[in-house]
Structures are given as structure tokens and as C-alpha cells.
Ligand binder design. Sequence first.
Ligand code: NAD
Length: 356
Amino acid sequence: MTTDTNQDKAIRDDIFEYASYLEFGELHFKVDNTTGLRACIAIHSLKRGPALGGCRFIEYGSTMDAVRDAMRLAKGMSYKAAICDLTLGGGKAVIMKPANMGDREAFFKVFGQFVDSLNGRYITAKDSGSSTADMDAIATETAYVTSTSKMENGLNGDPSPFTSYSVCRGIEAAVQFKLGQTGLNGIHVAIQGVGAVGYGLAKRVHELGATLTVSDINPESTQRCAQEFGAQVVEGDAIYQVDCDVFSPCALGAVLNDDTIPLLKAGIIVGAANNQLARTRHGEILRERGVLYAPDYITNAGGLIHASAQYHKSSEKTAMEQISRLYGVLLGVFDRAEQDGKPTNEVADAMAEEKL
Ligand code: NAD
């Protein structure tokens, strides 16, 4: 789900107004003076099941910024779980990162007690700033945690290979829909950011016969793709202008904006990065230009499916089968967007809302 940031300030600055606007839900707060923990758990919806969502551990300018972030992200998780037909609700935790961190393990154990106090309505997971080791500390206090280091049924705390697979299935679906081609043989994919997900994606699409162009601020990452997959390497903004079939943003959010969209030569956009559209309206701009955009919260849902599978003690095979089915979910979105003459991001939101 994409949310414009220019919402009415009065709504955003009043917690209850903002909660009402986002159709919440519950907010829970925890303060612990011993460890310095200041945390908020936002539960947007429990209609489809317990709210599984990551625990963000970053510095915030103010408490309101942190709470708004938790609420916005929790709503996004509701939409992601709903459109992917997962039996999960939507929730997110934010912990305000203190300037001086004391005993990190004790800190996350207290957070684990906070999660436990919600009796399973919220299940926590790794997110920006939190680590698998933090999830292990939380797991000493509650069962309502996933992304731990414990390896079970082929699943441990690393979602990246699963996200690479969901993006790859997204590319296959978009190529089928837009170009009428089954498989990726001869398809040119340009990947921005070949870190954990982007590298795994490069490997997958290379194995399916695609040609590659890659960019990354880390030259070692691009060199590895050049050596292993014969990828062309470009620097900086040149990745937007590559004459390719598919542009795949796998580094940063808001990369589809007024400056970059006119540069794009690709007819298809499918990537892992969260919030790729700088504004909701950029979905319509892409549609007008004939560019097929696969909504990010579907194409990167492999990460959530992995977390859910690990939590439910399901198997790697089952998770991969579930991810594979995102192909059909995306074709459904593309079909309806074409029939209704609407941008894919808005159609995806509408389809998720129907399931909520
Ligand atoms: P990562 O940090 O491993 O990789 C990101 C890569 O992007 C790095 O190699 C970095 O050097 C590169 N990068 C940063 N700025 C860049 C720029 N301006 N141009 C080109 N490259 C740049 O992260 P990741 O786990 O691979 O995740 C990639 C994206 O997907 C992130 O936006 C993340 O939020 C999103 N995502 C990841 C997962 C997951 O399972 N890891 C799940 C859902 C969404």
C-alpha cells in the first residue's frame, strides 16, 4: 500500500484522528526505565488472523514520528497479508533506538515480555535495525516471535532467498501479461541494488535465461554479478535509463518519482524495495506511460511468507509453493487494472480491502 505523505497535518498529529483515518485497530505502549525501552506495538487488523509484522529499531525524531510509522506500517502489513491470502492480520512494532544503548539482550528481553503480554495477537519479527540475535533474546520471553536463528524444516531467520523468489515470480507474471512470453529466456532485467535480495534475484533470472544489467553503490556486489552471471554493470542513475524489458528496484524506496519515471525505458517494473512509488499518483503516471508496475507489497511478500512459515513450523517447500502462487495473484491484479483502466497499485489496494 502506498500512502501519500501530504495528508492533512491535523489528522496526522492527533493519534486518535490518525488511527480513525487508517481504520485502526489497537495501539500498545511500553516504557521500561531500567533498560530504556520505549516501544509501541500497532495492531491494524486481526480479522484474518494474528498480526505478524517486524520490529523496527531505529532512531526517531519524536515519539509521534515513531507511532505514526508503526501505524502506517501496520496497515501496510494488513494489506500485504490480505492480498496474498495469508491467514494473518496486520501489525508492526517500533522501538525508539536510544542514543546510548546499554545491555541489548536485556533490552530485547523486556520487549519480548511486552509482546507476550498481548497473548498472541501480535507476532514479532526482524525488521530494519533489529537482528536475528535480537529475535533470539525475545524468544526467551515469548513464543510469539519469528525470524530467530533456530533452523527448523529448512527455515531459519533469513527471509532474503524467499523474497528473491517472490520477485522472480513477479517478473515471470509481468512478462507473461505484458509480453505474452512464458519464462524469462532472452528477457533483459536491470536490477538496482544487488544485496541480499537483488543478488539472489540475479541468480534466479540468470538461471531462467535472462540477461542482466546491475547497479550498486558497492562495487564488490556488482563485480560478483558480472563474474557469475555475465551482468553488465552501470553506475548511479544510469540504471534508470537502461534499454531493458524489466526494471527491478531492489535497493531503496521512492525511486519511482517525477525525476526518474521519464528516464525509464523498461515497460515492466517489478522489485523488492518497499514503497517504490514516491507518491500514490506515480502509479497512474506509470499506467499512462504504458509501464506495467507490479505492486511492491505483493512482489516482496516472500519475506512475510517466510516469516509466517517459520512461525507456524511449516516447511521450506510449503513456503516456496505459497510464494509461487503470487504469480496468479499478480495476474489477477494486472487483469483487473486493465479492465478497469486503473493503476495497478490502486487496484491492489482495492482488492486487499475487499479481503479485510
Ligand atoms: P541489502 O541491504 O542486502 O541490499 C541493498 C543493496 O542496495 C546493497 O547492496 C546496497 O549497497 C545497495 N544500494 C544502496 N543504495 C543504492 C543505490 N542508491 N543504488 C544502487 N544500489 C544501492 O537489502 P535487501 O535485504 O537485499 O533488501 C533490498 C530491498 O528490499 C530493501 O528496500 C528492503 O527493505 C526490501 N525488502 C527486503 C526483504 C528481505 O527479505 N530482505 C523483504 C521485503 C522487502
